[in-house]
Structure formats: C-alpha cells, structure tokens
Design a protein around this ligand. Sequence first.
Ligand code: DX5
Ligand code: ZN
Length: 230
Amino acid sequence: MPNPLLIAPSILSCDFARIGEELKRAEAAGADWHHVDVMDGHFVPNLTIGPPVVSAIHRVAQAPLDVHLMISDPLRYAADYAKAGAHVLTFHVETCSDPAAARAVIAGFRAAGIQQVGVSLKPDSELARILPLLDAVDLVLVMSVFPGFGGQKFMPEVLAKTRGLREHDFRGRVEMDGGLNAETIGRCAEAGCDTFVMGSALFGARDMQAELARCRELALKAAPRTVPAR
Ligand code: DX5
Ligand code: ZN
C-alpha cells in the first residue's frame, strides 16, 4: 500500500517573531510534520536555524520535526540536530563526493539516533546520484526549486525524478519541496510523491486550515491508488 500522504508546512515562511504561535497555528490547520529549513550560508546563500532554535521549537511542537539540512557538512552537526529533536533528518547528496561518503552520513545519522533518514537532491542533480542509496534511506526529498529561499516557482521538470524513484521500486517517502500550492500539488501526488512541503502557500494563505485541507484533497484525488508494479 502507498504511504499515507503528509503535509509539512515550512516554518521558513512563518513569522519568526511569534514562532511558537505559528507552530500551533500550523498544527491547528492540520500539519502532519513541521518542515524546518537549516541553511549555513555556504551550501546555500542564506542562513537560518541552528540547533538551539530547533530545540526550542521541539519544546512546543506537537508534530514531528522534519529537518532539511542545506549545509555543507551534515555529519558534523548530526548529533546536535538529533539532540535538538529532529525526527526526520535530511542531507543533500551534493555534499558527498561519492556513494560511500553518503553512506557514511546515513550511518552517522542513525548512530545519532535519527528515526527517519532522508537524502535530498537539487533540481539540477541527476537521479542516478541517489540510486545507490535507496536501500539505506527512509525518505528522498526532491527539490523543485533551487534551495535557499521560500516563495519560488515550482520546476515541473523534476517530476521525472519522482516517477523514476517509483519505477526503481522505492517504497519509502518521496517528499517534494519548493513552490507547492493548489496548482502544483496534484501533479506531484500523481507522480508518486506522498509528502508535501508547503511554505508560502500556507503561511501566506488567508485561511491556513482551509488551504491545507484543499491541497490535501487535491493530492489525495491525484495520488495513485497502488504503488507502481516492479
Ligand atoms: C527552500 C526550502 C523550502 C521552502 C519552501 O530552500 O527548502 O522548504 O521553505 O517554500 P515554498 O513552499 O514557499 O516554496
Ligand atoms: Zn526545505
């Protein structure tokens, strides 16, 4: 059976002056996970959230924290983010020189106590880079914008990677991140995504709960009923 669909509002688009209330607002609207974008100003041209802030978020959040590391040295900080309360921890394959290095990151995340390990790839990275890792991860995060900022336009060409993952019989979660909204979410679900990050479309909505419900409905309607055959 396919994985249940999950919607993960991205706190990158929330009001950081009122982060606790924003987390509660997202949960009241139906958030399954909180997506937390960590940027180091080196792997991407933006700086965001360090472990102490994740720890503070974890103290007030009821939903699991889906931490997306857009940092050059994910292994170095794995234990800090695990301790801070990351439930899902995702690193970028572009930070690793080869599959052996990526496997070492995955092993390090598991050793740190991370429950679900994810690997991500930028829009211009080939799917082939992560194929040797599929047996070792719980989730693949397909980026549909260049990482660094919220509010960018969805890049439909990345949907081929999602289809490719399912054609390779990957049964873990496939998460799409970047430019998701009521116009784009159905195409992602149809291509095999089951986990949807939504930043500006939810935090910028007049009624977050109604918008999240509408998007969930669109995704459910478009999602394949069965996992594609081997
Ligand atoms: C971009 C981040 C995304 C971002 C998505 O680098 O990884 O998670 O918050 O924001 P929207 O949904 O506005 O594109
Ligand atoms: Zn993200």
